[in-house]
Design a protein around this ligand. Sequence first.
Ligand SMILES: *Cc1c(COP(=O)(O)O)cnc(C)c1O
Length: 401
Amino acid sequence: MSSQPNRTRPGDGTLAVHAGEDRQKIGHAITDAIVCASTFTFTNTQAVIDFIQQKQDRGEYGRYGNPNERVVERKLAALDGAEDAIVYSSGMAAIVGLLMTKLSAGDEVVFFDECYHRSREFCTKQLSRFGVVTRQVKACDYDAMSAAVNKNTKLLVSESPTNPHLSVVDLEKFAAIGKQHGVETLIDATLATPLNVRPIEYGVDYVLHSATKYLGGHNDLLAGVISGCKAKLDPVRKLRGIMGAINSPHNLYLLERGLKTFELRMQRHNENGLAVAKFLAAHPRVSKVYYPGLETHPYYEIARKQMRGFGGLITFEIKDADWKETAAIVDASTIARIAPSLGGAESLIEQPLVMSYFEVPPEDRKRFGIYDNMIRLACGIENSEDLIADLAQALEARPKS
Ligand SMILES: *Cc1c(COP(=O)(O)O)cnc(C)c1O
């Protein structure tokens, strides 16, 4: 399940621990100092002019970046196999930053329809006010995506795997559509992480992660990152300096610390995800399991080819259950906590109907493939035997009244 080091690329564990960091740090410390500074000083006027004219890589003002941020950006770029990375204060800030940079009035963006709903909402409800047109086609329908491209199209967007259906996009096909039409491509790889898939290697232009999830990994911070080539990211970075969606040095230190154990944690998430998915698939009260590591999953073949592991997120359906019977199982869980999000040490459980779609009309929910008997489980890094035993007892639960 772990990516093997090869001659050109150190392993993910080595990169997660060392990449992006200076060997020698302030005070000879092994860890990076948290640099609390809103501004950075110049020795004299000539130093300011040199900074501007020679485009020196140093601090200027906190909104444009700080030393803690550069370390994390270099580490994340290395993990993604990208030339550069830009860190934001959340995953959504990262998506908004990219879309705002790349799309102008009259431009069009095409989404696979299982993409994170807030990203699509930003386009359909906000960018539409500025004359940007959003088209949505069925997830993994490459012909439909190709057909939706026209001379105004500037960006193709998908998530892989998708949430909560865990559909896996064929990245080679997706990138090829972009190349064929001269349109840039973005993959939200939050659910996969750089350990399980590196979309840049397939020719995708931009990779996005909500670092709030597996990269931070401890359910204690929000952050986002976009990776890609430096020339294409430079204008994105410029706009971020204006938007101001940057992290505090403290938050960046937490992210750097979380990343130290990224490979170890992710390996456990992958192991737990597969073990729990197999358990659920064999359980008589479970009628369907969405997990790309199961042979029964419609995208198993492409997932196996493209991914090094399948992650910790599992969606499943309770046989013939209404929403209350389903809620009783969620409520009976004693290890996984009821909460949105995923990718942290603690397992989280939720009913998508209640957590994300409670106020969406039933016919729309059906259209989105959100059913009353669905449960989404984000496996943490506990022991799979305990997660399975706890699910086994929770699956016995019935509503109280
Ligand atoms: C959580 C999430 C986001 C948004 O990230 P935030 O850090 O919450 O802003 C985007 N895409 C996916 C797939 C996510 O899971």
